[in-house]
Design a protein around this ligand. Structure first.
Ligand SMILES: *Cc1c(COP(=O)(O)O)cnc(C)c1O
Length: 369
């Protein structure tokens, strides 16, 4: 067996003809930055997410950073973030000039635990950033209720949740669940470009307009620079690629769900903690937990199954954040040493992979006992 965690070449090869055609269209157009492809993708992505506005950006880190800056959040302000997210969530807060305030996740969903948020709110708190980790929507009703009570903004870090459905009856999706959302289209995301790309989605015309200025040096077009902006534009080539892949997003997510169903079936008796069985999520990663995680990963590697750890070090333990005393986050720490992501994003022989995972989990547990 030789199964990669994610084979992006194979994934994108399915759309090769369409991608080449879209790229050629951009080459011939003579427009490479902020042109018709970006405008069209912004309209298509806003419609897909069910919001009024989308602003394309260079990546998700800056999308989130600009949302905070455009909301007037900066020095002296605090922003609540999950203790167990990718470090980019924290860096966006730091680059905006504000201070990240970590809150532990719920041990089962691995998403921000609403019950722990209020204890972290101070007179300086301005916003909550909810991450839909591994493609599972966070508990946005509870988070929004707390935010409303304390007058806070709610931003979604939706970098792992393209197409994730929150409320099936209302058909609300990630990107439409808070004040505004930040998306990443990094190549390995559920909707991935062929390079870096990102976006902001929101129903706030004011916030969208402000981010639109901010991404392009703070000006309107080339003039009238009223705010201190940055350069975080989505380019035409990536927008054209994203328009192609957006047409296939629901099918790609459906295939991930089918893989997840097989994992749930075949791993239900394995000595592993399985992720929440929530088929409205989009399984950006299929994350199991094992007390013998490192041995399990090594055993699977030996059997030809590539896995990855998302994430081995909680942001507060990273060197970048070593200048402060953070308190203790035992749930985030426990996740960091037990989580393991299995292959899910390709058309793989998932039955065979699941059997190897179940067997390897039994073996490493027997050795540990
Ligand atoms: C990928 C990711 C980001 C960063 O996205 P970029 O486009 O690389 O800046 C932020 N948050 C989460 C949760 C991510 O998975």
């Amino acid at each position: 067996m030789n199964v990669a965690l994610l084979d992006l070449g194979a994934l994108n090869a399915q759309f090769a003809d369409e991608l080449v055609e879209a790229s050629a269209r951009v080459v011939r157009s003579g427009r490479y930055i902020l042109g018709p492809e970006v405008e069209a993708f912004e309209a298509e992505w806003a419609a897909y997410c069910g919001v009024e506005h989308c602003v394309g950006t260079a990546n998700a880190l800056e999308a989130l950073q600009m949302l905070l800056m455009a909301s007037g959040i900066g020095a002296g302000d605090e922003v609540i973030v999950p203790a167990n997210t990718y470090i980019a969530t924290w860096l966006a807060v730091t680059h905006a000039g504000a201070t990240p305030v970590p809150v532990e996740p719920d041990a089962l969903t691995m998403n921000l635990d609403p019950e722990r948020i209020e204890a972290a709110i101070t007179s300086r708190t301005r916003a909550i950033v909810a991450v839909h980790l591994y493609g599972l929507p966070a508990d946005m009703d509870a988070i929004s209720a707390i935010a409303a009570k304390h007058g806070l903004a709610v931003f979604e870090d939706a970098a792992q949740a393209h197409g994730a459905i929150y409320d099936k009856k209302k058909h609300t999706k990630a990107g439409a669940l808070g004040t505004a959302a930040a998306f990443s289209f990094y190549p390995s995301k559920n909707l991935g470009a062929l390079g870096d790309a990102g976006a902001v989605t929101t129903n706030s015309a004011g916030l969208a307009a402000q981010v639109r200025r901010m991404r392009n040096y703070g000006g309107v077009g080339r003039v009238d620079h009223r705010i201190v902006g940055i350069n975080s534009r989505l380019d035409e080539m990536q927008a054209a690629v994203l328009r192609v892949k957006l047409k296939h997003l629901d099918v790609m997510n459906y295939k991930r769900r089918l893989n997840a169903i097989t994992y749930f079936k075949r791993l239900k008796n394995a000595p592993l903690i399985l992720p929440p069985q929530h088929y409205n999520g989009v399984f950006h990663q299929f994350v199991v937990r094992s007390a013998c995680r490192d041995a399990l990963q090594a055993e699977l590697a030996r059997r030809g199954v590539d896995t990855h750890v998302h994430y081995p070090v909680p942001p507060y333990r990273e060197g970048a954040y070593s200048g402060r005393r953070w308190g203790s986050f035992p749930i985030a720490d426990a996740l960091a040493v037990t989580v393991l992501s299995l292959p899910i994003g390709n058309e793989i022989d998932v039955e065979a992979v699941a059997l190897e995972v179940a067997d390897a989990a039994m073996c490493v547990e027997a050795v540990a006992a």
